[in-house]
Every structure is written in structure tokens, then in C-alpha cells.
Design a protein around this ligand. Structure first.
Ligand code: SAH
Length: 379
């Protein structure tokens, strides 16, 4: 049960929880061709649909003039059903950050955030509706898990973002989506098979996929050790980010409750394995929280541990805490943050502070709660 659904008057929206409809992006080429053949159409129609979706980023049947009009709506219904409708777009940062709230057919809500930078455009996507990891400083964690997203529901957030920036929906004119980060709602490695397939669809060259580079995809995890090892062994080149937030088990058991199952040293061993197998530098995320995890000794311990375990194959991303409603926690003062950075660097580990895009529209890290005024009965 999720709170936002219980608040809805049932006459307007019956809460049905189920798997989303089958979609082209869930299937590989052979499976797509089999579906089309079953409908009595030649198999190459599946490739035409894939080209519309992955290469032209389109789901609009009216634009699919290479498909016979009589078959078009049947094909689109079978392979390109609408998975989610945008409930609301919100922009900030002078129109360079844009958050979209999506509602799936069963009422599940998710959010994605598109951000334009001078040298790149990044979409932050959700892998689950809600999240089951219960980190106390994260708004998503407070609402619990609604359900896993399907492969297509994940891929479609990227397709929609790529279309939005191509079509000039962000300040700065038409552009190209370059990066994807799994840092929206959910724990991606808790939805492993669907996320792994989604990464392939996002990175396979068009018309089999959206054609982004694996190196520009980042998967962020609380530290689900077996799944981190599995991801290392997939033979992919995506960036792994680990939400460490403190180097000691005592505090981490509270900040990232799954630490009670997999300890800091096991998480760092798995990160090391990832770096060894892929040759990629691992990111360590650290939300700096005033008087909680920002002490000099923690900075030193963090630097020492990472230097010992990962050497040059690690980078620390400090995230000034984005306050969430109802929480007493706040970001560390500037001077404390600067000293923290200096101490980590002093241990020989690279460390930068992440910008906090989208704060005022609750689109920054950990602020995605998918709440909307429309959730209130009577509005
Ligand atoms: N479940 C994944 C991805 C989700 S969020 C994970 O935990 O890694 C991406 C990052 O934002 C994580 O490092 C998360 O811990 C961090 N985060 C969550 N809430 C935050 C907040 N209120 N302020 C700053 N960072 C936050």
C-alpha cells in the first residue's frame, strides 16, 4: 500500500497494481519479430517499429507512414502501448533543469529529471516506483517500495528525455542527450534483470537501442554486494557509483540500513572487483550531513580506506545534503565541507562536490517523492 494511492478517491482512479503491458523495449529483435508474425504481419514490420522508437524517438502512429494504415494501430497497440503519461513538468535553473512526474497505467508514480550542462545533457531516471532501502535522509526512502519498473518503463524515460532535448524543450535550443544516471527513485540493483536489460537497450546502437555510450551511463547503488559482482561480470562498461555516506559500519547501519546485511568492507571489496574487471573508476557518493557524517576523523578514515582498497580507481562525489520535508538534517556549513574535501584529497583520493541541480523543484538527489497536488482528494 502506498500512501498516495490511499489518499485518492476510488471513483477517480481504481488502484490496480500489476505488471505494465508488453512493450517493444522489453523484447529483443527476435521476440519483436515473433510478436509481429503472430499478428499476421511480415517480420520486418518489427524492425520498422523499432526504428521509429529507438532511432526517431517516436511513438506517434500518425508519423509511421511507412506502415500500412490498416495494420498501424494494431501494431502500435501490440508493441508500443503508452506506458506512462506525464502528469506534470517543472523547470528551474533558468529552464536547464526539467523534472517530469509520470503516472503508469496502474497508478504507480515515478519521476525523471533532465539536466543540461555546457558540455552534456543528462537524464536522471527511476528504476522502481518508490524504494525499499529506507535510507532516513532520502525522501524516496520514506515512502517505501511500490513496485519494480519494467525494462520498457526504464528505457522509455530515456527515450522521452532524448526526444525532449532534441525538440528544444530545454533552454538553449535543440540538443542531444548524452548521459544517463540511475539516481532517480529506486535501488537499481534491487531490480537487477530489468535494469541490466534496460542498460543494453539504452546503449545498443540504433535501431536496436538508443545508441548512448555505456561509459556515459551511471548505475548508483546502496551496495547490494552480490548484484555489484554480477554487474561486474556482465561485460559492460557502465560507471558504478556506490552510496557509501560514511566509512564506519556503526553509522552506516543507520544511514544506509542495508549495511546491516553487507558491511562497508564487503561493499568496498565488491567495488574493487568492479574496478578490476571493468577497468573503470568507481564513484563513491557521500551526502554530507551536518554534525552526522562530516567530522574530520570520518574524512580521514574515508580517504585512508579508499586509498588502501581502491587506490587511483576511485573518485569521491560529495553531495551537500538536500533537505527533505520533515527531516531535522541539513547540509554541512561551507567551511566544514571544504575541510572534508581537503582531508579526503590529502589521503590521495580525488574528491569533488556535486552541484545541487533542481533543489527548488524537489528534483535534486534524494528529493524525488512523486507527490503532486493532484493526489489530494477533490483537486
Ligand atoms: N538507490 C540508489 C540510487 C538513488 S539516489 C542509491 O542509493 O545509490 C542517488 C544518490 O542520492 C544516492 O547516493 C543517495 O544516497 C543520494 N541521496 C539520497 N537522498 C539525498 C539527500 N536528501 N541529499 C543528498 N543526497 C541524497
Amino acid at each position: 500500500m502506498e500512501p498516495e494511492m490511499t489518499a485518492l478517491p476510488l471513483v477517480f482512479e481504481a488502484p490496480r497494481r500489476g505488471q505494465p503491458p508488453r512493450h517493444l523495449a522489453d523484447l529483443d529483435r527476435d521476440q519483436r519479430r515473433a510478436v509481429v508474425t503472430e499478428l499476421g504481419e511480415p517480420a520486418f514490420r518489427a524492425d520498422q517499429l523499432a526504428r521509429h522508437y529507438f532511432a526517431r524517438l517516436s511513438t506517434d502512429p500518425a508519423a509511421m507512414t511507412d506502415l500500412p494504415a490498416a495494420a498501424r494501430s494494431r501494431l502500435v497497440a501490440a508493441l508500443l502501448p503508452e506506458l506512462a503519461t506525464p502528469v506534470r513538468h517543472q523547470s528551474c535553473d533558468g529552464g536547464k533543469t526539467r523534472k517530469t512526474l509520470w503516472r503508469a497505467a496502474d497508478g504507480a508514480r515515478t519521476e525523471s529529471v533532465l539536466m543540461r550542462y555546457p558540455d552534456r545533457a543528462t537524464v536522471c531516471i527511476s528504476s522502481q516506483a518508490g524504494c525499499g532501502m529506507a535510507c532516513p535522509f532520502c525522501a524516496t526512502g520514506q515512502g517505501g517500495l511500490t513496485r519494480n519498473l519494467s525494462t520498457a518503463e526504464i528505457v522509455d524515460q530515456v527515450r522521452a528525455a532524448a526526444a525532449a532535448i532534441r525538440d528544444g524543450k530545454l533552454t538553449g535550443g535543440p540538443g542531444r542527450l548524452s548521459n544517463v544516471v540511475f539516481m532517480g527513485m529506486g535501488e537499481p540493483l534491487a531490480n537487477y534483470p530489468r535494469v541490466a536489460t534496460a542498460i543494453r537497450r539504452i546503449t545498443d546502437p540504433a535501431p536496436e537501442g538508443l545508441g548512448l555510450s555505456q561509459r556515459s551511463v551511471t548505475v548508483s547503488t546502496v551496495g547490494l554486494v552480490p548484484a555489484m559482482r554480477q554487474l561486474a561480470d556482465e561485460g559492460m562498461q557502465v560507471t558504478l557509483a556506490v552510496s557509501l555516506h560514511t566509512p564506519d559500519d556503526e553509522l552506516r547501519d543507520t544511514l544506509v540500513p542495508v549495511n546491516r546485511r553487507w558491511k562497508v568492507s564487503e561493499v568496498l571489496d565488491a567495488a574493487r572487483h568492479y574496478a578490476d574487471v571493468t577497468g573503470r573508476r568507481v564513484s563513491i557518493e557521500y551526502a554530507l550531513i551536518r554534525d552526522i557524517n562530516d567530522q574530520p576523523w570520518r574524512a580521514e578514515l574515508l580517504g585512508r580506506l579508499l586509498h588502501e582498497r581502491l587506490g587511483a580507481r576511485v573518485h569521491v562525489n560529495l553531495i551537500p545534503l538536500n533537505p527533505t520535508p520533515g527531516s531535522a538534517w541539513d547540509a554541512s556549513p561551507r567551511a566544514v565541507q571544504e575541510q572534508f574535501v581537503a582531508r579526503v584529497r590529502g589521503a590521495g583520493v580525488t574528491c569533488t562536490v556535486r552541484d545541487t541541480r533542481g533543489r527548488e523543484i524537489a528534483a535534486a538527489c534524494g528529493q524525488l517523492a512523486a507527490a503532486t497536488p493532484a493526489d489530494q482528494p477533490g483537486s
